[in-house]
Design a binder for this molecule. Structure first.
Ligand SMILES: *[C@@H]1O[C@H](CO)[C@@H](O)[C@H](O)[C@H]1NC(C)=O
Ligand SMILES: *[C@@H]1O[C@H](CO)[C@@H](O)[C@H](O)[C@H]1NC(C)=O
Ligand SMILES: *[C@@H]1O[C@H](CO)[C@@H](O)[C@H](O)[C@H]1NC(C)=O
Ligand SMILES: *[C@@H]1O[C@H](CO)[C@@H](O)[C@H](O)[C@H]1NC(C)=O
Ligand SMILES: *[C@@H]1O[C@H](CO)[C@@H](O)[C@H](O)[C@H]1NC(C)=O
Ligand SMILES: *[C@@H]1O[C@H](CO)[C@@H](O)[C@H](O)[C@H]1NC(C)=O
Ligand SMILES: *[C@@H]1O[C@H](CO)[C@@H](O)[C@H](O)[C@H]1NC(C)=O
Ligand SMILES: *[C@@H]1O[C@H](CO)[C@@H](O)[C@H](O)[C@H]1NC(C)=O
Ligand SMILES: *[C@@H]1O[C@H](CO)[C@@H](O)[C@H](O)[C@H]1NC(C)=O
Ligand SMILES: *[C@@H]1O[C@H](CO)[C@@H](O)[C@H](O)[C@H]1NC(C)=O
Ligand SMILES: *[C@@H]1O[C@H](CO)[C@@H](O)[C@H](O)[C@H]1NC(C)=O
Length: 744
């Protein structure tokens, strides 16, 4: 019962956070001069465009209403209309004179409707026109489109249009079009050569179509684009999961002298494909390469082989954002980094990386920006002790380590001294705490420590968050001042309560950088502020206070929810009991040397050494504790896989095929089963079905935990455990009444 109360509170909390405005930012910037001119009527069950809209409306959103038809005078009173969105309204056509009285229209989004042909529109000032996800059968553009001289983005796409004909884009022959988005994700049956070559003044193309089994078509398209002004290409979902790609479909990019930016998105990539692809990129004029949301499958035994290139690549910016590993394997490279001496920017985010390869640290000579936010890196994952290098990022200026698992501020501070040109360091969203004296290099000018575990002083609204200022203390000690401070009401509290005698150069060297109203002013200026000037922030503060109250209440109830934990423990027990006999029968004649093999992350080594091993061996169990010997410089995940494969493979397989429950999972903190790579589909499902033990934070519950674990490993004395479980329950919760526990 209490559990359901908890759940309700939690969902309330989530709703509260996510409820927010859903306005189109492009549209707002282009069109809106005052908030009162915005009309958001989306999802209002309208069947007609309301006739009583204010005449000065600039921004009108009618999306997700069942309008179905429009009348010619629907918008005739809205002379200032600049942004109009009618996505998913069931529209089948736009009557010819609909927009005659709205000459200022700049954005028209009619995606996800039912147009049977591309509607004829003459909109002098239109900049963004979205006609994607409709039902037209052909991409033939009406001739009126030759008058769209201000067009910036044109989006076309229909699941019914699966061929591109030679004359389809004639109307845009003399129109400067910065960005064309084309396709609806489906495969095209045919493409008539020359069709895209008509788009002479095109700047960027995004193709949302799959080329699996259609590589000739891709080739023809690249040849045609080579005759236009296109400098940037984006391919979305080029290859689906099941697709046999042979040869090098992107070989032509080597001879396309204008292409500078190339993005591959939502695609399955094999290392065999990647090898050919990267060779082409290497030899091309491409300066920026982005791979976004790709699934990586290593189907070549030794990763990428790109040795012996004698051509310095033009590439300057590389982005990897979102890599799903088909195997638990990181790319292995055999290439010379000297030949990418132009490389200035690397972003490697959402890849699950938890160790930085040694070569990255020393061998990219001109790297200026390294963004490895949103990974699983910790202090020694980044500064891996086994790496030997002589120089560390010799030209690096910007480093983002945001959203990782860094912990020790003093460790990080000490290591930044190796980066002699580092100006900006982003450490936000980690688990960093102040753990001693930190000495920052004086050349470091920007430091973001937001959302960490600094500042153990109570704060009314951000008990667990930042504090540029506790860090500023350290800055002051090293050299001081000239750091950009954010002067908001958030820091107002901090500034007024900070002991300034800790800052030797206060206040001269301390000035605000943002917001603009305070830029350049001394921090003392906001020290003199009263709470009134913080009024605009008051709402936010109040909101936060309410949220924290809810968190506190739900936290309190969760404390009372110990019953959940005990029920889980009991459930594990019931499972064990049920399978016990089956197991004994199956394992007759199999001799085990150990009671258990323990596989764990080095992250948890302290716990394993001090608690797990000590306690279990103390109880007479024999353990095989596999200390992982990492090969320095290799990806940690490779090491884990090697460890599992070399030491545990037979037992592992047995556990899945013969003995369903020989694995005992101990979760020190929850892990989502989805975070496991796809190759271990069976492990995923086992983890989903299997019972596992959670390490309880509560000291009192640990007795139950140990008893359960020991009994599981030795198969002994189940009743002792049940008694412990029962005792634990009666001691700490009143959720379950005594008669029930007595039943054991
Ligand atoms: C629209 O109609 C549905 C069902 O007819 C109803 O559940 C919903 O609340 C309505 N939405 C609005 C905004 O009136
Ligand atoms: C048009 O609206 C759809 C649906 O909201 C949205 O996904 C799309 O990004 C919009 N198009 C443009 C060009 O903003
Ligand atoms: C584009 O311009 C060329 C020459 O300037 C002209 O021959 C052609 O008809 C024009 N096409 C369109 C569709 O306006
Ligand atoms: C692109 O055009 C150049 C000439 O501008 C030509 O040398 C090259 O072969 C063309 N590449 C392709 C793929 O058509
Ligand atoms: C990737 O490799 C697998 C074999 O490992 C193959 O079946 C698949 O077709 C390949 N896919 C692509 C896109 O190359
Ligand atoms: C992929 O296609 C090539 C030839 O097109 C063929 O030789 C090869 O066996 C195919 N591979 C797979 C895994 O189907
Ligand atoms: C190409 O990449 C550069 C470098 O990141 C970027 O500044 C530019 O806006 C990109 N151009 C296009 C058309 O996307
Ligand atoms: C990532 O790509 C896959 C296809 O490879 C697609 O199904 C999925 O929706 C994409 N995810 C996002 C967030 O775009
Ligand atoms: C290296 O350059 C030479 C000529 O300069 C060329 O013949 C050779 O193919 C190049 N090798 C590679 C791997 O590109
Ligand atoms: C790297 O490439 C060179 C040259 O082809 C080769 O001799 C070497 O064995 C490769 N190294 C690895 C680890 O594959
Ligand atoms: C401020 O710090 C100095 C030096 O550490 C200390 O002597 C002084 O008592 C502190 N003042 C307050 C108000 O905490």
């Amino acid at each position: 019962m209490a559990a359901s109360v908890c759940a309700v509170l939690l969902s309330l909390l989530i709703l509260d956070i996510t409820a927010g405005d859903d306005l189109d930012e492009n549209g707002l910037n282009l069109c809106v001069t005052s908030k009162s001119q915005i009309q958001d009527l989306s999802r209002k069950n309208l069947t007609l465009v309301p006739s009583n809209l204010p005449g000065n409306t600039q921004y009108l959103d009618l999306s997700y209403n069942a309008l179905r038809t429009l009348t010619e005078d629907a918008f005739s009173e809205l002379r200032n209309l600049c942004f109009l969105k009618m996505a998913d309204c069931g529209l089948t056509e736009i009557p010819p004179h609909t927009f005659e009285k709205t000459p200022l229209l700049k954005v028209l989004n009619v995606s996800q409707n039912r147009f049977a042909i591309i509607p004829d529109l003459s909109l002098q000032n239109i900049q963004i026109l979205d006609l994607s996800f409709n039902l037209y059968k052909s991409y033939k553009l009406p001739y009126s489109y030759q008058r769209l001289k201000n067009l910036n983005i044109l989006a076309l796409g229909s699941t019914n249009a699966n061929s591109v004909l030679y004359n389809d884009f004639d109307a845009l022959q003399n129109v400067t079009l910065p960005h064309l988005i084309l396709g609806s994700g489906t495969k095209w049956r045919s493409y008539e050569s020359g069709a895209f070559a008509k788009l002479r003044l095109l700047g960027k193309i995004s193709l949302k179509t799959t080329f699996c089994g259609n590589l000739d078509l891709l080739e023809a398209i690249l040849v045609d684009l080579n005759q236009t002004q296109v400098t940037a290409m984006q391919f979305v979902h080029v290859f689906p999961d099941i697709c046999n790609v042979s040869g090098n479909p992107f070989a032509s990019i080597q001879s396309m002298p204008r292409i500078q930016n190339l993005t591959i998105e939502n695609t399955w990539t094999n290392s065999s494909f990647m090898e050919d692809f990267l060779k082409s990129v290497w030899l091309s004029t491409i300066r920026e390469l982005s791979l976004v949301n790709i699934t990586y499958n290593e189907d070549t035994p030794s990763g990428f082989q790109l040795p012996n290139q004698n051509h310095t690549a033009a590439i300057q910016f590389i982005t990897f954002y979102g890599i799903n590993h088909y195997q638990y394997k990181y790319p292995t490279f055999n290439m010379s980094f000297e030949l990418i001496s132009n490389l200035r920017y690397i972003k490697f985010s959402r890849t699950g990386m938890n160790i930085l390869p040694c070569y990255l640290i020393s061998e990219i000579p001109n790297l200026e920006t390294l963004d490895i936010s949103d990974n699983l890196l910790g202090d020694t994952g980044f500064w891996w002790p086994g790496c030997s290098y002589t120089s560390v990022f010799p030209k690096l200026k910007q480093l983002s380590l945001s959203k990782n698992r860094f912990k020790s501020l003093s460790f990080i501070a000490e290591h930044t001294h190796q980066m002699k040109l580092l100006v900006s360091l982003d450490l936000s969203f980690n688990s960093i705490s102040l753990d001693g004296v930190t000495h920052w290099p004086f050349w470091l000018k920007e430091l973001n420590l937001g959302n960490n575990n600094l500042g153990d002083r109570p704060s009314p609204n951000s008990p667990n968050s930042l504090t540029c200022f506790s860090a500023a203390t350290q800055f002051a000690n090293a050299k001081g001042g000239n750091n950009p401070f954010v002067c908001s009401c958030d820091s107002f509290w901090f500034i007024t309560s900070l002991n300034k005698s800790l800052l030797p150069d206060w206040p001269l060297q301390y000035s605000c950088s943002t917001p603009s109203a305070y830029a350049g002013k001394s921090l003392t200026a906001i020290e003199g502020l009263n709470t009134l000037s913080c009024e605009t922030w008051l709402q936010a503060v109040l909101g936060l206070a309410v949220l924290f109250a809810i968190v506190a209440i739900s936290g309190f109830i969760f404390m009372k929810c110990d019953g959940v934990w005990y029920s889980k423990m009991l459930w594990v027990w019931i499972q064990m009991k049920r399978r016990g006999q089956k197991r004994t029968a199956m394992l007759q004649g199999v001799a085990f040397q150990y009671h258990a093999f323990i596989s764990y992350s080095h992250h948890d080594a302290d716990w394993v050494d001090a608690q797990l091993v000590a306690c279990l061996e103390g109880a007479g169990l024999t353990l095989c504790v596999h200390e992982r010997d990492f090969v320095p410089g290799e990806w940690i995940l490779d090491n884990i896989v090697k460890c599992v494969e070399s030491s545990y493979k037979t037992l592992f397989h047995r556990s899945i095929s013969v003995q369903q429950d020989s694995m005992v999972f101990i979760l020190l903190e929850p892990i989502p089963a989805d975070s496991l790579p796809k190759r271990y589909l069976r492990l995923r499902s086992v983890l989903k079905q299997q019972t596992y033990l959670e390490w309880p934070r509560d000291e009192r519950k640990r007795r139950v935990f140990w008893a359960s674990l020991k009994a599981m490993l030795s198969g002994a004395n189940k009743f002792m455990v049940l008694k412990d479980v029962a005792l634990g329950i009666t001691e700490t919760t009143t959720l379950i009444d005594h008669d029930w526990t007595d039943a054991f």
